[in-house]
Write a protein that binds this ligand. Structure first.
Ligand code: AMP
Length: 206
């Protein structure tokens, strides 16, 4: 099966989610954000996931893999997948290797100071989950209101300063080493460009 599997890696706020969504739509692949997958879970499982997410902690690998395996088995993944937020450590990368062959890894580079600024400006629509940023882009047309559905814009519960710092630290300690692991198939891009310019660059690479 010639399923195209791409992995987007970048510190929080690098725009990997925004870009993964744009590129997946343009080239007809399925965009899977593990963070979104977990936020959309319900009931007892959601309570368990929230206890990690709200503290900025990584969810245990077995649980991540169990949820991810169910998601990638769905038919909308048949043509290929852009993975956003997974793998986040070496153990997850090795587990992924047993499931799918990664064709390309994209590293979106961003400084820690810019990451902090972007995450504290991040807003999400309470209703339709559309993402915005009050400091960078996309900015909402009216303050606090979603352009798409008129819903209220709120901060993610894990976008508080303590959790943000913990996530940035985890990125450097656990996720960044994956760039070495994937060194033969990594392309690095600058995350400080405009959304449009970066999308064009990524489309050329992929
Ligand atoms: P994100 O939306 O990618 O910033 O992820 C939000 C939170 O979900 C993270 O801070 C973790 O708690 C959890 N999470 C997402 N992806 C993973 C993963 N691959 N492994 C462990 N935890 C994850």
């Amino acid at each position: 099966m010639s399923k195209k599997i791409y992995v987007f890696i970048g510190v929080q706020g690098s725009g990997k989610g925004t870009q993964a969504k744009i590129i997946a739509e343009k080239i007809g692949l399925c965009h899977i954000s593990t963070g979104d997958l977990f936020r959309n879970c319900e009931g007892k499982l959601k309570e368990k996931l929230d206890s990690y997410m709200n503290a900025g902690k990584l969810i245990p690998n077995e649980l991540v893999l169990e949820i991810l395996k169910t998601r990638i088995a769905k038919s909308d993944c048949d043509k290929g997948i852009i993975l956003d937020g997974f793998p986040r450590n070496l153990e997850q990368a090795k587990a992924l290797e047993k499931l799918l062959k990664v064709a390309k890894v994209i590293e979106i580079k961003l400084s820690d100071s810019e990451s902090l600024k972007r995450l504290s400006g991040r807003r999400i629509c309470e209703k339709c989950k559309e993402g915005y940023n009050i400091y960078t882009a996309p900015k909402p047309k009216s303050d606090g209101i979603c352009d798409k559905c008129g819903g209220k814009l709120v901060q993610r519960t894990d976008d508080n300063e303590e959790a943000i710092k913990k996530r940035i630290k985890d990125y450097h300690n656990k996720t960044e080493p994956l760039l070495k692991y994937y060194k033969e198939i990594v392309s690095s891009v600058n995350g400080e460009q405009s959304i449009e310019t970066l999308s064009e660059e990524l489309l050329k690479i992929l």
